[in-house]
Design a binder for this molecule. Structure first.
Ligand code: SF4
Length: 374
């Protein structure tokens, strides 16, 4: 089982919090699409198992591509790989790129899951973020997607924003629930150095939210969404039964994947590969039939740390038998004292050789992870 991720490195404008790789100049867009197609061809043998279960367009803003550009990439994937009959084909989209006509076209391409970047329904917050849409556009995008026949919809929200009160967050959650999307991803804001927020922080124009209040935010999110029937299958991801993102779940399960495009990562079980984070250099290299990337071979300790970091965030928790049999790490023995303290404090439980965070533990996920890694 394998997955493909295709990074579309363009955005209409830069959101003030975002440090993903993207450019706001669309000049080379068609050349980039040609290069992405070419990389799919060059790396068709990267995955040991060519059967692709999930294909994910992320970014950047994949919805900035025209229907024909997306069709080109899907067609190339179909020619070079074996796409499962049950393929999950996700497109990340911004609300202002979506309308009924475009959504019908996306559906006809086989896109069967949309991940819509809404971030908030509060117009003042959206301006503060420098988002390219407003509340009304966001709501309309979700309604149009459904009308076009795409039901598997996820929306992204952000919490822990400076000046975001619990009441404002509750309003965002109320609005999200009224749209009845089967999946909601909600991320705590982090202030990244090379962003506008990072600059404001350095100039003392922005004060990050207090940690206790951020915990209260997360607690409110968990209670509200759980009461509404969502399952928190990963710390930042909530879904109605059977609507988890298969693509993201496969990352957490250690499935191999091929990452195409500038700044994309790939994983084949023993090493990670990082493509260059520069649009023009990426295009030039691919045109010369070269791959401009770095390869990192993971040490045993790095593999163990990675498995703990990803699995601890999920509803299934850390599979301690898998850790022991595959990576030789006997956590029960190595972390006996820490596990005893954490279980006694009610931060986690051990069920059928799996270590699972409690609700209280999810609020302290980073601290607990630090205690458990080798
Ligand atoms: S949040 Fe999304 S739309 Fe905004 S700059 Fe980052 S990638 Fe682009």
């Amino acid at each position: 089982m394998s997955g493909i991720y295709i990074h579309i490195p363009y955005c209409k404008q830069a959101c003030h919090y975002c440090d993903f790789h993207f450019s706001t100049s669309l000049q080379n867009k068609q050349q980039m699409v040609d290069a992405l197609s070419q990389e799919l061809k060059l790396r068709k043998d990267y995955l040991a198992d060519p059967l692709i279960q999930t294909l994910y367009f992320g970014g950047g803003t994949p919805s900035i591509l025209s229907t024909s550009e997306l069709a080109q990439l899907i067609e190339t994937s179909r020619e070079e790989f074996v796409l499962s009959e049950n393929l999950e084909l996700t497109l990340e989209a911004n609300p202002d790129d979506l309308n009924l006509t475009k959504l019908h076209e996306l559906k006809s391409l086989g896109i069967n899951r949309l991940s819509i970047g809404i971030q908030s329904f509060d117009d003042a917050l959206l301006k503060y973020f420098n988002r390219s849409h407003d509340r009304r556009t966001a709501i309309q995008a979700v309604r149009d997607a459904r009308e076009a026949g795409i039901d598997n919809i996820s929306i992204d929200l952000i919490f822990g924003v400076p000046n975001q009160s619990l009441e404002m967050l509750a309003d965002d959650l109320r609005q999200a629930l009224s749209l009845e999307t089967p999946h909601i991803s909600i991320y705590g804001l982090t202030i990244e150095e090379k962003t506008v927020f990072g600059k404001w922080h350095k100039q003392n124009k922005l004060t990050p939210i207090d940690e206790d209040l951020a915990s209260e935010h997360l607690s409110l999110i968990m209670t509200t969404l759980e009461t509404a029937g969502y399952v928190q299958y990963e710390i930042s991801n909530f879904c109605k039964p059977d609507y988890q993102s298969r693509h993201n779940s496969s990352y957490w399960a250690g499935t191999h994947y091929l990452g195409i495009g500038p700044a994309a990562h790939s994983y084949n079980g023993s090493s990670r590969q990082y493509n260059i984070s520069h649009n023009n250099k990426y295009i030039q290299a691919i045109h010369a039939h070269q791959l401009n990337h770095e390869i990192e071979v993971l040490t045993q300790d790095e593999k163990i740390t990675e498995m703990i970091l990803t699995q601890i965030r999920t509803i299934a928790g850390i599979d301690m038998m898998e850790l022991k049999s595959q990576l030789g790490y006997d956590m029960i023995h190595e972390k006996k004292k820490e596990l005893s303290q954490l279980t006694q404090s009610g931060l986690l439980s051990i069920q059928n050789d799996r270590l699972i965070l409690s609700k209280k533990g999810k609020l302290l996920g980073d601290y607990i992870t630090e205690l458990l890694i080798p």
